[in-house]
Ligand binder design. Sequence first.
Ligand code: UT7
Length: 325
Amino acid sequence: MSVIRSILRGTGSYLPENCLTNEDLTRIVDTSDEWIVQRTGIRQRYIAAEGEVTSDLGLKAAQAALESAGLDAQEIDTIILATATPDNTFPASAVTIQAGLGIHHGMAFDVQAVCSGFVYALTTADAYIRAGLSKRALVIGAETFSRILDWNDRGTCVLFGDGAGAVVLEAGEGSGTVSDRGILTSHLRSDGRHKEKLYVDGGPSSTQTTGHLRMEGREVFKHAVGMITDVIEDAFKATGTAADDLDWFIPHQANKRIIDASAKKLGIAPEKVVTTVQDHGNTSAASIPLAFDTAMKDGRVTPGDLVMLEAMGGGFTWGSVLLRV
Ligand code: UT7
């Protein structure tokens, strides 16, 4: 049976120039390199320059993804930006990226699912492509979390960083089996009963301010592994695949302990796990495409590989995407 598949054409990423190490953070809050590394695995993160906004990072990642795809921006008809830190309340920062690419056709919009934003955006683009509404989509994750951090709160400010990653998806034909290239299955979930465990204490309709990130870290940690493994098991069930079939596991990069525990529970071998949290910190919706691009560039992920993506974050929201590169 012939089916439409959303096939990966290219990846790209961008990190701001300013690198903030754990040692640098000890001069801002009462913390230590040892604590941060032991509890999270994070060694450094990047911080956007003054005046450098989310769409600037997203545009650079998008340009890099187009270059790796060998495509001209004019060939793109859909731009979906996953972000929880848009330039403005509106318009969507995706339209700023669209204008930056010189595109005046097609559609551009933002998706907001915090750290799960990229798997939500990828799933949305895949649905549009399979419905025939889009032929080639840029899916971007870009964040400037440094702007919503409370730099007096050592429990959160050491965890997050800024950055962007992007992929280009293109409609192609498949046979409807797991040997197809492209997105094979997606599983998205949310549960708003947990919304106060990880949120920003401001917004246009509530306080008319931007607000700061607030998190009950231990509570988030407690739920993370179970939620992540649930949606990955759903992906295995839907496709008749198993942990051993995976070539790569590219999880959301929040905490090395969560990544390792999830992989262990699922029986995914440690050498198949792509981990970049040590270098980037938690970049929210940007973390998966940043890790993906890192593993494409260094030659780990190659065409034909079966790759599992997953994320969990504020809401709670969580989800998985299984694709063949
Ligand atoms: O991407 C969205 C999803 N978010 C996440 O996945 C984050 C999930 N949560 C976590 O990763 C972890 O809960 C954290 C890394 C945030 C915290 O690790 P933890 O092992 O859960 O530590 P904790 O919050 O239970 O704090 C332990 C101790 C506390 O001191 P007391 O009360 O035991 O005296 C904290 O005050 O560590 C203290 N602490 C710190 N010490 C040094 C908290 N932050 C720091 C810090 N430096 N930066």
